[in-house]
Design a protein around this ligand. Structure first.
Ligand code: FAD
Ligand code: SF4
Length: 455
């Protein structure tokens, strides 16, 4: 065996002092030389455990071998057999808990940088306009997909590949779900989401935006026009703050804040006439991935201070370590072991500060945090509109849609569900887990229609 480099090849990053005030992508992609060098670190194991760590079971060993041989088109073909969105997942998957966690090289050295390699191939395919369109048959069946997040899009992809006519209904004016309105531009540029979604429309999938199911049509009405329906409406319903002052002007959920910045170009005022009213001192309550995205986004709107206020210790945060490090480098200040007791108001009903309680071992002390904007990121729940307008749909505890665990069919025959509005992916709420449930549901839908899915 040739000598394997202990350290993985790291792609370039924009320096913190420049990136903290713009929305350019922070992590640059591999150059060809870097990608080939990193691919050369792969041991090509007989039993590649990395594949078991990937929720959609990409043949990682094979695609990395193709990169090492400089056969990038074959690498792209291998990835897209399982995953339509390599440029997206290569950027946003928590690889350190998934494929890279299972890489045996990680036992003694650093694991292969599978995510960066996947992104490299996806980005090259986009630049060079390769499209992995599979040979199409046409089947005389129609499917409606409700919600165009990763679950809905992955489901639509497999159904269209199998030959069904597929229409996706999306409530917002742009498709993509959290990929478009949640994850910030500096982590996932929107041009990438757009071009990966274009691959889907090239397969013939029609996406109808501004179409709130439950308002314009009910799910049961859709069943009169379609043979099968998939519900992938996500979990975009924010959990409230529930402290005195939580309805003051200047308090908003992270979802609302990120949507305004991402979807309404709130970061690009005055070119777009939709500024995000952010003050000089911003507190983000919570310390998960969404809180970190909100804090780093707020930092780019140039306030004086951005604080993360978190009840626990920094090391307890469920956010990705890389994102925590990036936030610290960019100047976000962490106020840990601190509870928000009350949000204080000025005479006009705007936020003027936060009454906080810091608890250290054995002692606690109140203090005032001077802020004029409060963003809370305390988790989300399934959106209730579908369950309220579909009385026969069985709903699990917490408002999630019940599904059979194998087929992902709901309590209504022909209606399937997946992604963050169900608990079928366990406690995992990631893009690739949502996509894997979309794919599983597509398989269930085809079996229900007595067809088999193309693998
Ligand atoms: P969603 O992405 O929420 O999409 C649901 C879609 O359905 C939305 O477009 C919504 O508008 C639409 N919809 C809802 N109701 C209706 C209706 N009645 N009619 C029509 N359409 C409807 N995961 C990662 O893996 N990596 C990350 O880095 C990461 N970062 C994140 C950052 C943020 C800020 C957030 C909020 C989440 C992040 N996640 C990340 C989690 C990940 O994005 C989600 O798990 C994933 O998007 C869930 O996919 P989904 O398709 O189930 O739902
Ligand atoms: Fe790893 Fe995600 Fe790619 Fe799977 S899709 S190989 S988990 S980066």
């Amino acid at each position: 065996m040739s000598k394997i480099e202990i350290k993985r090849t790291l792609p370039a990053h924009l320096p913190p002092q420049t990136r903290r005030h713009d929305f350019n992508e922070v992590v640059c992609g591999y150059t060809v030389e870097e990608a080939v060098a990193e691919a050369g670190r792969c041991l090509q194991c007989k039993k590649p455990l990395c594949i078991t760590g990937c929720p959609v079971k990409i043949n990682i060993k094979e695609f990395i071998n193709f990169i090492a041989q400089k056969d990038y088109k074959s690498a792209y073909k291998t990835i897209t057999d399982a995953n339509l969105f390599p440029s997206i997942t290569g950027r946003v998957c928590p690889q350190e808990k998934q494929c890279e966690a299972a890489c045996v090289l990680g036992n003694k050295r650093e694991p292969v940088s599978i995510g960066h390699l996947e992104r490299f191939v996806g980005d090259m395919a986009r630049r060079e306009a390769w499209h992995e369109i599979h040979g199409r048959q046409t089947l005389p069946k129609k499917a409606a997909v409700v919600g165009s997040g990763p679950a809905g899009l992955a489901c639509a992809y497999d159904l269209a590949k199998a030959g069904l006519t597929v229409i996706v209904y999306e409530a917002l004016h742009l498709p993509g779900g959290v990929l478009t309105y949640g994850i910030p531009q500096f982590r996932l540029p929107k041009e990438i989401v757009d071009s990966e979604i274009e691959n889907l429309t090239r397969l013939g999938v029609e996406i109808k935006t501004n179409s709130v199911i439950g308002r314009i049509h009910t799910i049961e009405e859709l069943m009169t026009r379609f043979d099968v329906v998939f519900i992938g409406t996500g979990a975009g319903y924010p959990m409230g703050l529930a402290v005195k002052g939580d309805a003051l002007n200047g308090v908003m959920s992270a979802n609302e804040f990120l949507t305004r910045v991402n979807l309404m170009h709130g970061y690009d005022f005055p070119r777009y006439g939709t500024p995000v009213g952010i003050g000089k001192n911003v507190a983000v309550i919570g310390c998960g991935n969404t809180a970190i995205d909100a804090a780093r986004t707020a930092m780019r709107l140039r306030p004086d201070n951005v604080y993360i206020v978190y009840r626990k210790r920094l090391e307890d945060s469920p956010a990705r370590k890389e994102e925590l490090r990036h936030a610290q480098e960019e100047g976000v200040q962490f106020v840990c072991r601190t509870e928000t007791k009350e949000i204080l108001s000025d005479a006009e009903g705007w936020v003027s500060g936060m009454d906080c309680l810091r608890s250290d071992e054995g002692s606690s002390a109140s203090f005032l945090l001077e802020v004029d904007t409060v963003i809370y990121a305390l988790g989300t729940l399934a959106n209730p509109i579908i369950s309220r307008t579909t009385p026969k749909l069985k709903i699990d505890k917490g408002g999630y849609i019940y599904t059979d665990k194998d087929t992902l069919m709901t309590s209504i025959p022909g209606i399937f569900a997946g992604g963050d509005n169900t608990k079928t992916q366990g406690t995992f709420t990631t893009v690739i887990h949502a996509m894997s449930t979309g794919r599983r549901a597509a398989r269930g839908m085809l079996e229900y229609l007595n067809f088999s899915i193309e693998e």
